[in-house]
Design a protein around this ligand. Structure first.
Ligand SMILES: Nc1ncnc2c1ncn2[C@@H]1O[C@H](COP(=O)(O)OP(=O)(O)O)[C@@H](O)[C@H]1O
Ligand SMILES: [Mg+2]
Length: 262
């Protein structure tokens, strides 16, 4: 029975710990007391039907939105109320449904931006001039390394806006690697891409975790969740209703019904 399962144990052993997060939009309570943690080297998959509040939770933890109530800390320090930019400087990266590359920059420059941003956002505002003037061979070489790690084979001088959706996602992943974050949020990274592209991305997500990054993933495709996640958090209507390993949560009839309609 799902009701007998205790809530996530939100102690202080995770790098990122959140407790009792609440968020409403007007009359609608979208999050009603969500707690959990992200652990270095682990992939935590957030699953549940559309409207469960998964994206809203990620937006609270990456500085896009502020909660009405609750707490969230990174290594014991509060993160709520900080801008996405500040949080990136503190090691929190994201790949959201809207992948947000710079459309009028080339592939290579987009990755260079991510490298320069990592070097600059820790203490001063980001300066685009640094990218244009600073396109040294050193930066270009580093950027190419990230592109080759994700298996990017399109022309590096093509503009980001002309890429296929799958290649935009790969580019976003290359930029995420270039950010060298400690904790990353991936909101449906493989939704809407070909199986070929998805099969390229899955091992890269695993590699991020193997490198010690705490990975939070929203994913609907249950086979990917089973192959990737160390921990599955099932959300429905703004609360966590189940958590555990993929096989554990899928052994619960109510979770299967809510997540898979089975
Ligand atoms: N900016 C917003 N303003 C109003 N309602 C929102 C906003 N963002 C999300 N919602 C609502 O919050 C609920 C949860 O959305 P979301 O967090 O996107 O769920 P999920 O990612 O699990 O599908 C939905 O009912 C959605 O319509
Ligand atoms: Mg969503």
């Amino acid at each position: 029975m799902i009701n007998s399962i205790s809530p996530l144990d939100a102690d202080n052993s995770g790098i990122l710990v959140f407790k009792d997060l609440h968020k409403r939009f007007g009359d609608i309570a979208v999050l009603k007391g969500v707690s959990g943690k992200l652990v270095p080297g682990q992939i935590s998959a957030f699953v549940g039907p559309n409207g469960a509040g998964k994206t809203t939770l990620f937006q609270l933890l990456t500085g896009e939105l502020k909660p009405d109530r609750g707490s969230a800390t990174l290594n014991g320090q509060n993160i709520l109320g900080s801008s996405p930019y500040r949080l990136a400087g503190r090691g929190i990266g994201k790949l959201f449904q809207d992948v947000r590359a710079f459309p009028n920059l080339s592939i290579l420059d987009n990755v260079i931006v991510a490298i320069v941003a990592r070097q600059s956002y820790r203490d001063k505002p980001f300066d685009f001039g640094l990218v244009r003037n600073g396109r040294s061979q050193v930066l270009a070489k580093k950027a190419r390394e990230y592109l080759s790690r994700v298996g990017f084979d399109a022309n590096e001088e093509a503009l980001a806006k002309n890429l296929s959706w799958g290649n935009q996602k790969l580019l976003a992943l290359a930029r995420l690697l270039a950010g060298e974050f400690r904790c990353v949020f991936l909101d449906e990274p493989i939704a809407g891409i070909s199986t070929l592209m998805a099969n390229r991305m899955v091992p890269l997500i695993r590699e991020l975790a193997e490198a010690g990054v705490a990975v939070a993933l929203i994913e609907h495709e249950i086979t990917f969740v089973e192959s990737l996640a160390n921990d599955v958090i099932v959300m429905n209507e703004g609360v966590v209703i189940d958590s555990g390993s993929a096989s554990e949560v899928l052994s619960h009839a109510e979770t299967r019904e809510i997540c898979l309609g089975l």
